[in-house]
Design a protein around this ligand. Structure first.
Ligand SMILES: *Cc1c(COP(=O)(O)O)cnc(C)c1O
Length: 397
């Protein structure tokens, strides 16, 4: 198919929930993507912080092709090895004792919320410990439960009534959280570093305060690390930068290197309230996706790899801080999840960068988000900074 045919065909067949630029990608290699027209793009979007190892990583491709030729899917009615091998890696390298696998970030959060409700349900006498506290600027996904804890009213309002029992407190405001969390709270869900909501890192005192409030009120603390987890922060888990552990952590985006996966990591106490038939998924944790995820996990979970993410993150931030302060209000983030807040909406800037061969995405109206593959090189970061610098310069303030 030609690019024009693809774009026109989409306009006639696909539910119009996305506004896509007029580029059709044909293949990728490392941190670069290639259009059907042969044009090369430096990919600082990474499929929304998914392609941790970049595109077409040799080892990943080999593992996936081999496993596809052996066994792709049998369902969760049967045992398979890759499922257990991935789970062992996750629990041996985290606070968690057990894992529940699913197929996306939203699903991982649905599981987290269900587990938290059941945990309180088992423990309670009066039947009303079912309230969930989430935060301003949060993003947890688009399914009914995950949407109910997502802050932006525009995403939620047309689809009500959503899952009841949710209230929002102000992110990084412990007094506001203290007001919202009480004896009826069964769970508090928070992104240690918010992604979609504008790239805001939690203050250490905020996460520590949430941990204490949850302990005091016997509520479970859920960290949504769907975007910030698995190396993107320069730590295996973003919460390790804070020294605070949750009761439940959700993962998804980068975990299988581009294949759909979600994971809900829990303590033994949480796992023990779930029984046979309490939750499930047809596709989750199949041999193919779990084989792919092991390649990603083993590469990312190396001290040198994580150190390189921190170093490259610093290099990126340093370059961004040199941009025009009349236009750039703030540079935020951690590791290779960096947000740039502008004094103007970033849509034209995203388009201008793409024209110059750099893919970046927004995180709200006026925030540009940079989340390159974790294997990006220092030279590629300099290349991105040069393009971005030029585009910012050409934007009217
Ligand atoms: C993307 C994202 C989700 C939702 O993940 P999907 O795979 O799109 O369902 C949830 N939480 C966070 C923090 C995310 O960035």
């Amino acid at each position: 198919m030609k690019a024009e045919e693809i774009i026109a065909g989409e306009a006639n067949t696909i539910v119009p929930t996305y506004s896509r630029p007029e580029v059709v990608f044909s293949h990728g290699q490392g941190a670069y993507l290639y259009g059907l027209d042969g044009k090369r793009y430096l990919d600082f979007a990474a499929g929304i912080a998914v392609m941790a190892l970049g595109h077409s990583d040799e080892e990943w491709v080999r593992a996936v092709c081999q496993q596809a030729g052996r066994l792709t899917h049998v369902s969760n009615l049967y045992h398979t090895a890759p499922h257990v091998q991935l789970a062992q890696r996750l629990v041996e390298n985290s606070f968690a004792d057990r894992v529940f696998f699913s197929n996306s970030g939203a699903e991982a959060n649905e599981a987290a919320l269900k587990f938290a409700r059941k945990y309180a349900y088992k423990g309670q006498e009066n039947g009303n410990k079912n309230q969930i506290v989430a935060f301003s600027a949060s993003f947890h996904g688009r399914t009914m439960g995950a949407l109910a804890v997502t802050y932006k009213a525009k995403y939620r309002e047309p689809f009500g009534p959503l899952v009841p029992g949710v209230s929002f407190a102000a992110f990084n405001d412990l007094a506001s959280a203290a007001e919202a969390i009480g004896q009826k709270t069964c769970a508090v869900i928070v992104e240690p570093v918010q992604g979609e909501g504008g790239v805001h890192a939690a203050e250490p005192s905020f996460l520590a305060g949430l941990r204490s409030l949850c302990d005091e009120h016997e509520a479970l603390l859920i960290f949504d690390e769907v975007q910030c987890g698995l190396g993107r922060s320069g730590h295996l888990w973003a919460h390790q930068a804070y020294g605070i552990s949750p009761d439940i952590m959700t993962l998804a985006k980068p975990l299988a290197g581009g294949l759909p996966i979600g994971a809900t990591l829990v303590t033994e106490a949480v796992a023990q309230v779930m029984g046979v038939g309490d939750h499930g998924s047809t596709f989750a944790a199949g041999p193919l996706v779990c084989t792919a995820a092991q390649v990603v996990f083993d590469r990312v979970n190396q001290p040198e790899f994580l150190a390189s993410v921190r170093q490259k993150g610093e290099l990126l931030k340093k370059g961004l801080l040199a941009l025009d302060p009349e236009k750039v209000m703030a540079v935020r983030g951690i590791g290779l999840l960096v947000g740039l807040q502008f004094t103007f909406p970033v849509v034209p800037l995203v388009a201008a960068a793409r024209e110059q061969g750099l893919l970046v995405i927004s995180a709200g109206e006026d925030v540009l988000r940079l989340c390159p593959p974790l294997i990006v090189t220092a030279e590629q970061i300099e290349e991105a900074l040069a393009i971005l610098g030029q585009c910012v310069e050409e934007m009217a303030a």
